[in-house]
Ligand binder design. Structure first.
Ligand SMILES: NC(=O)c1ccc[n+]([C@@H]2O[C@H](COP(=O)([O-])OP(=O)(O)OC[C@H]3O[C@@H](n4cnc5c(N)ncnc54)[C@H](OP(=O)(O)O)[C@@H]3O)[C@@H](O)[C@H]2O)c1
Length: 328
């Protein structure tokens, strides 16, 4: 199969390129050329420079690809504007299959959710497409109008794994590896779910060659781990590498909120109880039926920790609000 990847040098898109190559597919990657990371520039990859949000640029860049070796499928990993969806719908209309990486943020009532399955309502066209969730919902509709049942919209959940430069999972690893004591929310038994970037990328490549259509919640199964399980995996990964690991200091959510601790940003992945009770409840029965794998969180965390050792990722100082001395 000849796969056209929109993106190719980023977190998910780089992994999609790697997965496609390792399955023996030919890859053309479209980027603006801002990230000189391996992937799209590997010799087996045809690298095309264009801003995918610009229909004229995308059409012009795509013309020689179409003339030489028409792609069998698109995997769209950089849909960040509705104009970008329109540009792809126009420039790539003749490609037989389109897999769009959307987000569970497309759901109108998430958070707090729950999202039992893909029939839950998404944002309507009245919602501002300047915002991420409405933009994803609107982009899905634009692409569905163009590609119909040739479109699969993979509504990704939280993507984690090696190469993740968002300061979420890596922030926990960094804190645990560099402090003596680390404040954590005392919500250890709350179920949480993530999707490993390698599981998602490999599956997107399979999806590009399948005849699946419509939306699918592309994340880990409800209850795949808990908040405490994720933190324990971080601690275990640090300890297994021979580094000292911090003592975890659980603080009840009410005390955290009283102290002005910002959910999610100060303590990554932490949501207040009323939101957490439903926000992590995203039904993934269809993804499981379609074979989206879900490796153990311990494997994801261990590999992320190994990657972090050489990633040169700068971590901001831990906010004073979550200094353990404030909760003594
Ligand atoms: N990270 C998550 O937890 C999460 C959760 C749900 C959904 N998603 C979705 O997953 C997808 C991938 O996310 P990611 O963070 O892993 O992104 P990514 O793969 O790092 O995407 C960035 C890639 O796309 C290229 N790119 C970005 N804008 C472009 C443009 N206008 N024209 C051409 N190329 C462009 C970048 O190269 P250049 O900069 O060189 O152009 C880079 O290769 C996104 O659609 C995101 O909305 C992510």
């Amino acid at each position: 199969m000849h796969l056209l990847v929109l993106g190719g040098t980023g977190f998910l898109s780089g992994e999609v390129v790697r997965a496609a190559l390792s399955s023996g597919h030919r890859v053309t990657a479209v980027t603006r050329g801002r990230r000189p990371e391996p992937g799209a520039d590997a010799p087996a990859v045809r690298s095309v420079r264009a801003d995918r949000d610009d229909v004229a640029a995308l059409t012009e860049a795509f013309a020689p690809v179409l003339a030489d070796d028409a792609p069998d499928a698109v995997v769209d990993c950089c849909g960040y504007t509705v104009d970008g969806a329109r540009a792809a719908a126009d420039a790539l209309a003749g490609v037989p299959r389109y897999v769009y990486v959307s987000s569970i943020s497309a759901y109108r009532d998430w958070p707090p959710g729950p999202v039992p399955d893909e029939s839950a309502p998404t944002f309507g066209s009245e919602a501002s497409p300047e915002e991420y969730g409405p933009m994803k919902a609107q982009s899905e509709r634009v692409l569905e109008d163009a590609f119909g049942n040739r479109l699969l919209s993979a509504r990704a959940g939280l993507i984690v794994g090696p190469g993740d430069r968002t300061l979420r999972l890596t922030s926990w690893l960094h804190r645990i590896a560099t402090a003596d004591r680390v404040v954590v929310p005392a919500t250890g038994d709350v179920p949480v779910a993530f999707v490993d970037v390698r599981d998602l990328a490999g599956w997107l490549v399979v999806a590009a060659g399948a005849d699946w259509s419509g939306p699918v919640n592309a994340t880990g199964p409800v209850g795949m781990t808990t908040y405490g399980g994720m933190l324990a995996a971080c601690r275990d990964a640090v300890v297994a590498s021979g580094a000292p690991a911090a003592e975890l200091v659980p603080v009840p959510p009410a005390r955290l909120l009283e102290a002005g601790v910002e959910p999610w940003t100060d303590l990554p992945f932490w949501l207040p109880d009323d939101v957490a009770a439903t926000a992590w409840q995203v039904g993934t029965a269809r993804a499981r039926e379609l074979g989206l794998p879900s490796r153990p969180i311990e494997d994801t965390v261990r590999d992320t920790w190994r990657w972090l050792a050489t990633a040169g990722l700068e971590q901001p100082p831990v906010p004073d609000r979550v200094d353990p001395r404030a909760f003594a």
